[in-house]
Design a protein around this ligand. Structure first.
Ligand code: URA
Length: 225
C-alpha cells in the first residue's frame, strides 16, 4: 500500500493533509523517517507510528476487531442523542475510520461491545442464524428463585412481538443476580424478557459475546482482538 494511502487509511487526514505530513518529515514508522509518499508500506509490518512527535495507535488493516468494555452513560451510536458516543472513547484519528459496533448496548448497559470495520463479520455475529452466545449479568429489582430461570428458558412472549423468545441458559448467581445467555439481539431483549417474566432489570452487564470477555479491561478500556 502506498504510504500516502496508508496514512489516510489510519484516519490521519485527507490526501492533502497526509501529503503535507510526509513532505514535512512528520512521519516515522518503526523508528525510521518515511518522507516519500510513493514508498510502499506493508500494513502488517507497522509496529509503531509517530506523527509529528506523537505516537499514534496503529489500526490493523484492512480489517480490525476491537473489544471494548463499555461504560454506562455512553450511546452505541455515531449520532448520540443524550450521552456521548462510545466512539468518543477512541483516539481522534480513529474517529475518521469506518468503525461499526457489532449490535448495540443500551446507554445504561455495560460490558462487552465489539467494534469492527468488517461488515461480513458484523453480519455473521449479529445474525440470529449464527446463534452467537451473549451472556448477561442481570441485577434484578426483586429477589427471584429458580422459577424465573425456568420461565426464561421455557420462553416468554415479548410485548408487541408475536414470537416467543427463550434464554439459551439462565441461572441465579444469587437471589438478585441472574446470569442469562441469549443468541438473538432483539431491541432491549434482556430487559423485555425479564419484564415479561415478572421481574425488572436494575442493571445490565454483558459478560461475554461469543468467545470474548472483558476480564482484563476496566470500564472504557479497549484492545484489538
Ligand atoms: N438487552 C437489553 O435489554 N439491553 C441491552 O443493552 C442488551 C440486551
Amino acid at each position: 500500500m502506498q504510504l500516502l494511502k496508508y496514512l489516510q487509511s489510519q484516519g490521519l487526514g485527507s490526501r492533502k493533509q497526509c501529503q503535507w505530513l510526509i513532505d514535512n518529515d512528520c512521519v516515522t514508522i518503526n523508528g525510521a523517517l518515511w518522507n516519500n509518499p510513493k514508498s510502499v508500506i506493508e500494513p502488517d509490518t507497522v509496529k509503531t507510528l509517530n506523527i509529528d512527535g506523537d505516537d499514534v495507535v496503529v489500526v490493523p488493516m484492512p480489517y480490525f476487531y476491537i473489544l471494548l468494555n463499555k461504560p454506562a452513560d455512553f450511546e452505541t451510536s455515531h449520532k448520540p442523542q443524550q450521552y456521548p458516543s462510545v466512539f468518543s472513547l477512541f483516539p481522534d484519528h480513529m474517529r475518521n475510520i469506518d468503525m461499526q459496533a457489532v449490535g448495540r448496548l443500551d446507554a445504561d448497559t455495560t460490558g462487552v461491545l465489539l467494534i469492527t470495520n468488517d461488515g461480513q463479520f458484523n453480519h455473521r455475529m449479529t445474525s440470529p442464524k449464527h446463534k452467537a452466545a451473549k451472556i448477561y449479568r442481570v441485577t434484578l429489582k426483586h429477589a427471584a428463585d429458580d422459577s424465573l430461570c425456568e420461565t426464561l428458558k421455557h420462553g416468554v412472549l415479548l410485548h408487541d412481538d408475536n414470537e416467543t423468545v427463550r434464554a439459551a441458559e439462565a441461572f441465579l448467581a444469587d437471589e438478585k443476580t441472574l446470569i442469562m445467555t441469549i443468541t438473538e439481539g432483539k431491541y432491549h431483549q434482556v430487559k423485555r424478557m425479564v419484564a415479561a417474566a415478572g421481574n425488572r432489570v436494575e442493571h445490565l452487564h454483558r459478560d461475554k459475546f461469543s468467545d470474548w470477555d472483558t476480564q482484563d479491561l476496566g470500564f472504557g478500556e479497549w484492545k484489538f482482538i
